[in-house]
Design a protein around this ligand. Structure first.
Ligand code: GLN
Length: 255
């Protein structure tokens, strides 16, 4: 019995080492652990899979870049708006959350090189008869706080007499549409396209590029954390050159 217990203890400790739990004793004091904030539900960029693991293109890119550059980090899944607020207030060192690089945001944040191209879209319930924005004129729609897709909705709200309701995460926003409380929602196109392909019960209604074709970047506070930003850019270039980046993207999106 005693022996079985000690074997279990050894296994638990080995697991802790493997998963990086409680690694305080072995890490040196001067090595900084960066706090990096992300969204909660934004598949395929960050989401919890069926096995209960927090995964996604952003999650894997960050892991690969950190491994390549040898830095430690603590990834905090806060929600998009909350992640950006945490960065702005200095509670986080960086954000990786499918965050669009925009001129407005560049006033407050420094961005890495772009790592993924995105546009925005509107989506409705899969069984809706709506086929274009004209068909949702005068409707209640759901948008996500602080996002580019919400900005697009705001920019056409008058023309289409849209009544906007704001949600903190994509899951609640989709739920509003599925439950019929909203006729449509606005989202980043790669995220909605992935969701539709996974059978999320919705269909694409319209896509908007133009000013809303914004690539994703890793963000740090303006003129702060230049070291982290340089490491991210160097690591990103390396994983693009060695095929790791492509491998990550293809593991979520069929090539
Ligand atoms: N790309 C969008 C933006 O930056 C949405 C990001 C998100 O919802 N995680 O506004």
């Amino acid at each position: 019995m005693k022996k079985a217990l000690s074997i279990i203890l050894v296994l638990v400790m080995a697991l802790a080492v493997l998963t990086g739990c409680g690694g305080g004793a072995s890490s040196s004091d001067d090595a900084k652990t960066y706090v990096i904030a992300t969204d909660t539900v934004f598949a395929p960029f960050e989401f919890t899979n069926e096995a209960g693991e927090f995964v996604g293109i952003d999650v894997d890119i960050l892991a690969a870049v950190a491994e390549d550059q040898g830095f430690a980090y603590d990834l905090q899944s806060l929600g998009f708006d909350a992640a950006v607020a945490a960065l702005e207030s200095g509670q986080a060192d960086a954000v990786i959350a499918g965050m669009s690089i925009t001129a407005d945001r560049q006033l407050k944040f420094d961005f890495s090189e772009a790592y993924y191209d995105s546009t925005v879209c509107a989506a409705v319930k899969a069984d809706s008869t709506a086929a274009s924005l004209d068909d949702i004129k005068g409707s209640a729609v759901a948008v996500k706080n602080g996002t580019m897709s919400a900005k697009w909705a705001e920019s056409i709200a008058d023309a289409y007499e849209l009544e906007l309701t704001y949600f903190d995460d994509s899951a609640m926003m989709y739920q509003a549409v599925l439950s019929g409380n909203a006729v449509a929602c606005f989202e980043d196109h790669p995220v909605m396209a992935y969701g539709v392909s996974q059978g999320n019960g919705m269909k694409l209604l319209a896509e908007e590029a133009g000013d809303f074709a914004t690539p994703y970047g890793f963000a740090v506070q303006k003129d702060q954390n230049a070291e982290l930003l340089e490491m991210f850019n160097a690591g990103l270039a390396n994983i693009k050159a060695n095929g790791k980046y492509e491998e990550i993207v293809n593991s979520y999106l069929a090539a």
